[in-house]
Design a protein around this ligand. Structure first.
Ligand SMILES: [Zn+2]
Length: 122
Protein backbone atom coordinates (compact mmCIF):
# COMPACT_ATOMS: atom_id res chain seq x y z
CA UNK A 1 0.00 0.00 0.00
CA UNK A 2 1.20 3.52 -0.73
CA UNK A 3 1.55 6.01 2.16
CA UNK A 4 -1.39 7.83 0.66
CA UNK A 5 -3.60 4.77 0.81
CA UNK A 6 -2.47 4.10 4.36
CA UNK A 7 -3.34 7.65 5.34
CA UNK A 8 -6.81 7.27 3.83
CA UNK A 9 -7.29 3.99 5.65
CA UNK A 10 -6.19 5.57 8.92
CA UNK A 11 -8.70 8.36 8.48
CA UNK A 12 -11.55 6.02 7.69
CA UNK A 13 -10.66 3.96 10.77
CA UNK A 14 -10.79 7.08 12.92
CA UNK A 15 -14.17 7.99 11.50
CA UNK A 16 -15.48 4.51 12.19
CA UNK A 17 -14.04 4.62 15.69
CA UNK A 18 -15.86 7.88 16.38
CA UNK A 19 -19.18 6.47 15.18
CA UNK A 20 -18.75 3.33 17.26
CA UNK A 21 -17.95 5.35 20.37
CA UNK A 22 -21.03 7.49 19.86
CA UNK A 23 -23.17 4.37 19.54
CA UNK A 24 -21.57 2.89 22.65
CA UNK A 25 -22.10 6.05 24.65
CA UNK A 26 -25.79 5.80 23.97
CA UNK A 27 -26.09 2.45 25.72
CA UNK A 28 -23.12 2.31 28.08
CA UNK A 29 -20.87 4.32 30.36
CA UNK A 30 -17.10 4.30 30.17
CA UNK A 31 -15.52 2.16 32.82
CA UNK A 32 -13.17 4.59 34.58
CA UNK A 33 -11.05 1.72 35.92
CA UNK A 34 -10.37 -0.13 32.65
CA UNK A 35 -9.29 1.66 29.48
CA UNK A 36 -11.44 0.80 26.49
CA UNK A 37 -14.06 -0.93 28.60
CA UNK A 38 -17.67 0.11 28.78
CA UNK A 39 -20.34 -0.73 31.30
CA UNK A 40 -23.83 -1.16 30.04
CA UNK A 41 -26.50 1.14 31.47
CA UNK A 42 -29.43 -0.77 32.90
CA UNK A 43 -32.58 0.75 31.45
CA UNK A 44 -35.23 1.93 33.88
CA UNK A 45 -38.57 2.69 32.26
CA UNK A 46 -40.77 2.25 35.34
CA UNK A 47 -42.24 -0.36 37.67
CA UNK A 48 -45.09 -1.69 35.53
CA UNK A 49 -44.85 -5.26 34.28
CA UNK A 50 -44.64 -4.29 30.64
CA UNK A 51 -41.99 -1.72 31.47
CA UNK A 52 -39.95 -4.30 33.33
CA UNK A 53 -40.27 -6.70 30.41
CA UNK A 54 -39.04 -4.04 28.01
CA UNK A 55 -36.11 -3.29 30.30
CA UNK A 56 -34.97 -6.91 30.15
CA UNK A 57 -35.37 -7.07 26.37
CA UNK A 58 -33.40 -3.86 25.83
CA UNK A 59 -30.71 -4.80 28.31
CA UNK A 60 -30.18 -8.08 26.50
CA UNK A 61 -29.96 -6.40 23.14
CA UNK A 62 -27.64 -3.69 24.44
CA UNK A 63 -25.29 -6.22 26.01
CA UNK A 64 -24.88 -7.97 22.68
CA UNK A 65 -24.35 -4.64 20.91
CA UNK A 66 -21.83 -3.50 23.50
CA UNK A 67 -19.74 -6.63 23.00
CA UNK A 68 -19.83 -6.19 19.25
CA UNK A 69 -18.85 -2.50 19.43
CA UNK A 70 -16.04 -3.20 21.88
CA UNK A 71 -14.61 -5.94 19.66
CA UNK A 72 -14.70 -3.65 16.65
CA UNK A 73 -13.06 -0.83 18.58
CA UNK A 74 -10.26 -3.11 19.71
CA UNK A 75 -9.72 -4.22 16.14
CA UNK A 76 -9.59 -0.63 14.91
CA UNK A 77 -7.17 0.34 17.68
CA UNK A 78 -4.87 -2.53 16.75
CA UNK A 79 -4.99 -1.69 13.05
CA UNK A 80 -4.22 1.98 13.75
CA UNK A 81 -1.22 0.98 15.86
CA UNK A 82 0.10 -1.13 13.01
CA UNK A 83 -0.26 1.69 10.52
CA UNK A 84 1.63 3.97 12.91
CA UNK A 85 4.53 1.61 13.51
CA UNK A 86 4.75 0.47 9.90
CA UNK A 87 3.78 -3.16 10.38
CA UNK A 88 0.39 -2.82 8.73
CA UNK A 89 -0.27 -5.34 5.97
CA UNK A 90 2.22 -7.92 7.21
CA UNK A 91 1.13 -11.36 8.30
CA UNK A 92 1.46 -11.72 12.08
CA UNK A 93 2.47 -15.32 11.68
CA UNK A 94 4.93 -15.46 8.78
CA UNK A 95 5.60 -11.72 8.10
CA UNK A 96 4.75 -12.05 4.43
CA UNK A 97 2.91 -9.09 2.84
CA UNK A 98 -0.81 -9.73 2.98
CA UNK A 99 -2.54 -9.65 -0.39
CA UNK A 100 -3.95 -6.16 -1.02
CA UNK A 101 -7.30 -7.35 -2.28
CA UNK A 102 -7.66 -9.25 0.98
CA UNK A 103 -6.88 -6.11 2.95
CA UNK A 104 -9.41 -4.13 0.94
CA UNK A 105 -12.17 -6.57 1.84
CA UNK A 106 -11.11 -6.73 5.45
CA UNK A 107 -8.68 -3.96 6.47
CA UNK A 108 -8.16 -5.51 9.91
CA UNK A 109 -6.76 -8.78 8.51
CA UNK A 110 -3.74 -9.88 10.53
CA UNK A 111 -2.88 -13.07 8.67
CA UNK A 112 -2.07 -13.87 5.06
CA UNK A 113 -4.42 -16.19 3.21
CA UNK A 114 -2.23 -19.22 3.81
CA UNK A 115 -1.90 -18.70 7.55
CA UNK A 116 -5.57 -17.81 7.90
CA UNK A 117 -6.49 -21.04 6.18
CA UNK A 118 -4.23 -23.18 8.32
CA UNK A 119 -5.50 -21.35 11.43
CA UNK A 120 -9.01 -22.33 10.45
CA UNK A 121 -7.99 -25.92 9.90
CA UNK A 122 -6.18 -26.10 13.21
ZN1 LIG B 1 1.25 -15.81 6.87
Amino acid sequence: MTPDELQKLYESLEAEEKTLKEQLNRIANKNPAVKGDYQIRVPNYGDEDDENTQEVVDLDRNLALEREFEDKLREIEKTKEKIKNGTYGKCENCSVEINESRLKVRPASTLCVKCAESAQLA
